[in-house]
Design a protein around this ligand. Structure first.
Ligand SMILES: Nc1ncnc2c1ncn2[C@@H]1O[C@H](COP(=O)(O)OP(=O)(O)O)[C@@H](O)[C@H]1O
Ligand SMILES: [Mg+2]
Length: 355
């Protein structure tokens, strides 16, 4: 970590530590363009709002522009479950500390690490050491549920004001533009029907997001990105070598796909899931499914594919899935990440009040 990053993060920490409302401030990440700290909030009356993330840009206009872009999109995408909420803190100590308003954002803390660390740790857990566990994959029902989260995130970008349901309005044309496993976070399941025994995924880091007016192509680009994330989850980042663009041939459908490592379909993975991921990554945009049909398919799978559908195997039971991901997420060291971004635009400010 650069000296400058450490200095900036220290400065942020001091600002929050001076205020008795906040405690236990820690550095989360730091890269070429900024740093992030986690702040715990001391208020026994509000047990659910205990922490948040402060992300700060430094080193010149590019970082500031990216952060302003991020603020703009997080503002537009507020009230969507698969995107972190921006927070507004009364008597925000950053304002008194003369840290420029354009250089920081405060958002919901999403507490179970990145998808990248999840994949790495899952691989270690499922494949590590014991020979009989070689080639084990994540349970199908967990994969379906994580896929549903990613689909909901894409729907949020397409129709930001519809609470993650497709509508008949034209989609926005918002492209995330930087969707990789370090920019997707896992969080504890919210209390809803879709995340009972599985974590929620939230898309972060909108510093490179863009929009080209109502634009169906944006959806196809986001679909390709979530397809890639699913490939990483299915193969736990160890895809078999594949150099050709294969043809998928399934249920009377034939098309070419960029999901090279999924053809032939991997054993032990629900072929309907593999087919959908392949279709998100179809080389022809026309073949890629609509968000609505993807949602319907994923919802049906999450609701109807009980353990019985998977021959009642032990690892597909609710409890086994819950134990598995919690073990992966909580019994492992926290990671740090370093990466870069730029881009820019104006911002408006309509964050949620948190206290
Ligand atoms: N809302 C959040 N809750 C918890 N951790 C976060 C949150 N946002 C970011 N992080 C952590 O900080 C890292 C960097 O954040 P990110 O927004 O991706 O910034 P960068 O522009 O540096 O990539 C993430 O990979 C993640 O580990
Ligand atoms: Mg990032």
């Amino acid at each position: 970590m650069s000296k400058e990053a450490v200095k900036q993060a220290e400065e942020l920490k001091v600002v929050f530590r001076r205020d008795p409302r906040f405690e236990s401030v820690s550095l989360i990440a730091s890269g070429g363009y900024g740093s992030a700290i986690r702040v715990r909030y001391r208020d026994p009356n509000l047990p659910t709002l205990r922490e948040f993330l402060v992300k700060r840009a430094f080193k010149g206009p590019e970082a500031r522009d990216a952060l302003m872009t991020e603020r703009k999109y997080l503002t537009r995408l507020r009230n969507n479950r698969h995107i972190p909420e921006l927070y507004n803190i009364p008597e925000n100590p950053l304002r008194n500390a003369r840290i420029d308003r354009r250089d920081w954002i405060i958002m919901e803390w999403v507490g179970c690490g990145t998808l990248e660390s999840f994949i790495t740790l899952a691989k270690g857990k499922l494949r590590g050491g014991q020979r009989k566990n070689q080639n084990r994959k994540l349970p199908n029902r967990l994969l379906w549920s994580l896929f549903l989260c990613l689909i909901r995130g894409c729907i949020a970008m397409a129709w930001p004001d519809a609470r993650e349901n497709p509508t008949n309005e034209p989609p926005t044309g918002i492209v995330h533009g930087d969707m990789h496993p370090r920019n997707v976070l896992l969080g504890e399941p919210p209390r809803d029907e879709e995340h009972t025994f599985t974590p929620i995924l939230k898309m972060i880091d909108f510093g490179l997001a863009s929009e080209q007016g109502p634009n169906p192509t944006a959806q196809e680009i986001n679909l390709l990105d979530i397809g890639d994330l699913m490939v990483a989850l299915i193969h736990l980042n160890e895809p078999p070598y594949a150099y050709e663009t294969p043809t998928v041939d399934f249920n009377n459908r034939r098309f070419k796909t960029d999901a090279r490592s999924l053809v032939p379909f991997p054993p032990d993975i629900d072929p309907s899931l593999v087919f959908l991921v392949c279709s998100c990554m179809a080389t022809e945009f026309d073949i890629r499914p609509s968000l609505d049909s993807l949602l319907q398919n994923a919802l049906r799978a999450v609701r109807e594919k009980t353990p019985a559908f998977f021959r009642n195997s032990r690892e597909e039971q609710d409890n086994a899935i819950r134990e598995l991901w919690q073990d992966i997420v909580y019994n492992a060291p926290v990671e740090e990440s370093e990466e870069e971004k730029d881009d820019g635009d104006d911002y408006e400010s309509e964050e949620d009040d948190i206290f």
